[in-house]
Ligand binder design. Structure first.
Ligand code: ASP
Length: 325
């Protein structure tokens, strides 16, 4: 049912693979809402995360995901590791693999970093974001959130707005939503639109005017300006940007009345998102965060077991109470 050894991007996945992840994530989403949210499924397995770029949600949720499935999870970041002494990506990864890691979760500023390692490692490699290329688990958790809210992906209009040129989130989402039959509208100042955005998927339409993209949309997904990829130089001023491309209540009113608002985080409040919208009743931003744990559980589960088990297998036994003498 699941044949991939690595998760390097959305590009290599079929529409059925995407459904497999989302369906399996439903099980883990339900488990995560229980008081006792842990099973033994990956007991004895070792998951190592190796992050060369900052992260709050992705890293924490992979850690929570691995632990909820019973795996041992070890986190390594570039600062504080020998990477800061000049060790290469491959040497670092090979050393972690020598500790018998079963899965290596990698975030790196270079596009292709995860694929580069996957070609040279025995362990499964998960791409947790490689430069401006792909962020597959983000797109999967976004799809999970949309599907839960709208009941489907196919036929929806999804407007993705902001720094498309530097966004791995936009790329992975455009590819996934295209595979699942949604219409994807990309909107941004011209300097933040990649040259051939339409080639991402036949589902993509580039709409330079924000309001055209938002008109009648079912989903409005806002993006942060990727200053670490020098995107700040591509706009006049933050004030001007937020006036033309920031999502406030008036612009949101142009979308469908039940449209949802998404953001992968971290939000720059007052820049791409008006706080009234970020915290309003159409925002599903924290639902996305919750979905992130379930989807990452599904990914670890499928990579390590192939999904060939009843998902609720092997709950952790309750600690037995010591018997009174
Ligand atoms: N957290 C997402 C990423 O790592 C989005 C962002 O940083 O703006 O790509």
């Amino acid at each position: 049912m699941w044949t991939h050894r690595h998760l390097l991007g959305i590009e290599p996945l079929s529409a059925d693979d995407i459904d497999t992840v989302l369906d399996r994530a439903e099980t883990w989403h339900a488990l995560s809402r229980k008081t006792e949210k842990k099973v033994r499924l990956l007991h004895g397995r070792t998951v190592i995360s190796l992050f060369f770029e900052a992260s709050t949600r992705t890293r924490t949720s992979f850690e929570a995901a691995g632990k909820r499935l019973g795996a041992d999870v070890v986190n390594v970041s570039s600062s504080g590791s020998s990477v800061s002494k000049g060790e290469s990506l491959l040497d670092t990864a090979k050393n972690l693999e020598a500790m018998r890691a079963d899965v290596l979760i990698v975030r790196h500023a270079a596009s292709g970093a995860a694929s580069f390692l996957a070609e040279r490692m025995q362990a499964s490699v998960v791409n947790a974001g490689d430069g401006a290329h792909e962020h597959p688990t983000q797109a999967l958790l976004d799809a999970f959130t949309i599907r839960r809210s709208k009941g489907r992906l196919s036929g929806l209009i999804v407007a993705i707005c902001g720094d498309i040129a530097h966004s791995r989130v936009a790329r992975s989402n455009a590819i996934l939503l295209g595979k699942k039959g949604a219409e994807v509208r990309l909107t941004a100042p011209r300097t933040m639109l990649p040259a051939h955005a339409e080639t991402l998927s036949p589902a993509v339409r580039v709409m330079p005017r924000f309001e055209d993209a938002v008109h009648d949309a079912d989903v409005v997904m806002m993006l942060r300006i990727q200053n670490e990829r020098l995107a700040g130089a591509m706009m006049s001023t933050t004030r001007e940007y937020s006036r033309t491309y920031g999502l406030g209540p008036a612009m949101l009113a142009k979308a469908k009345p039940d449209a949802i608002v998404m953001h992968p985080g971290p939000i720059n409040r007052g820049v791409e998102l008006d706080p009234r919208v970020a915290d309003g009743n159409r925002s599903v931003i924290l639902d996305q965060v919750e979905a992130g744990v379930a989807v990452r559980m599904a990914v670890l589960d499928l990579l390590l077991t192939g999904g060939n088990h009843s998902p609720s297998d092997a709950p952790l036994p309750r600690p037995s109470r010591p018997s009174l003498p």
